[in-house]
Design a protein around this ligand. Sequence first.
Ligand code: ATP
Ligand code: MG
Length: 417
Amino acid sequence: MRLSKTFAKSTKNVPSDEKAKNAQLLIKAGYVHKEMAGVYSYLPLGLRVLNNIANIVREEMNSIDGQEILMPALQIKERYTTTGRWDDRIVDDWFKTKLVNGTELGLGFSHEENLVPLMRKYISSYRDLPILAYQIQTKFRNELRSKSGLMRGREFLMKDMYSFAISQEEHEVIYTRVKEAYLKVFSRLGLASETYITTASGGSFSKYSHEFQTLSQAGEDTIYIDRDKKVAINKEVFTDDVIAGLGLKRERLEQVRAIEVGNIFSLGTKFTEPFGLKVNNRAGETQTLIMGCYGIGISRVLGTIVEFYSDDKGIVWPKSIAPARIILVRVGDNSKVIKVADKLYESIMSKGIEIIYDDRDVRPGEKFSDADLLGIPSRVIVSDKTVESGLFEFKDRTSTESQQISESALMAKLFDK
Ligand code: ATP
Ligand code: MG
């Protein structure tokens, strides 16, 4: 991608009402555009990062036999009166709308009421089970406050997965598999060291749920962590019973702020019962299916990564999700420099490596500060000086020293994970 041709430029204009560091940096770098509180547009490079995160989640869900689907945002009211969730006193963050003929509809905040009736059509025997189905889709929630940038959207991207099992035992096996897949996801996203499996409230059907909480001052949640055992308890269930149940000691727990990047939930028969999703088990007895739900906030993860991976110069993307592996900065515009830089650009692209080419007609200082702001893992400079030496000037985003290297040494670095 040539920066001279991208419409989304870096900017110093950040809306004055945008207080969250993640959104401020993403707007400055030209990754997102703020439409209103909690609603953002993703620009070309921002969309790349969002897709990279979604693809990591997708790969890990597929690896545990998750089947990807896409359900509608528009929701049928009667489904929710069946489960009691149409009532604004039960679900306080609905966006509702109407058809021209007056029929009421909702905009989906979660999709149990969609998927359970759908599954009734397809699941007819215990032999069909277990099933894991998921989607990566835009959710709508009328959040009271939306001040954390991408981390609390009113319209945001979520991966929501649902499991269906014939028995509690079968459910628990899936639940554990999903938990392990989530650890892989957060490890690939570069958040492993800061992300804690956290015991949290379970709602009406199971006593507890598990949240994946990433430590951050910008977080909206308060949790208690045991750093050695790498587990945590959400403030909402922080009792002597829970502490003892997890084999922890109150005096070893530290109170910290954290961001809930994902959660996994046992739903029991809360949704399968009202929709009558039941089949015979092996012994011929009719069983209402046991369900679980598993969320990851894709856009919240993006915000979280920016909160965590940034410095005073800008963003510092982990390689796994960076919008490009390298940024090529051309300094000077004489024909020799242009020729060498263009050739290097073509050659890196031809290897299938994502590259951003700063071929703009702006001062070198602006190019360097934009390269830092954009947070691309590595930078290579082509200038009069490098052309003369026949080498390139290479630097990682996180290091202060640059080095002179040959094209083949550069290529070797780019294939390093
Ligand atoms: P919170 O307590 O932060 O409101 P929640 O319990 O409402 O979260 P879920 O309904 O379980 O969240 O949604 C699954 C995941 O979606 C969450 O773990 C989180 O990562 C993400 N998420 C929830 N609400 C938002 C939001 N408003 N903006 C962005 N991501 C969100
Ligand atoms: Mg919520």
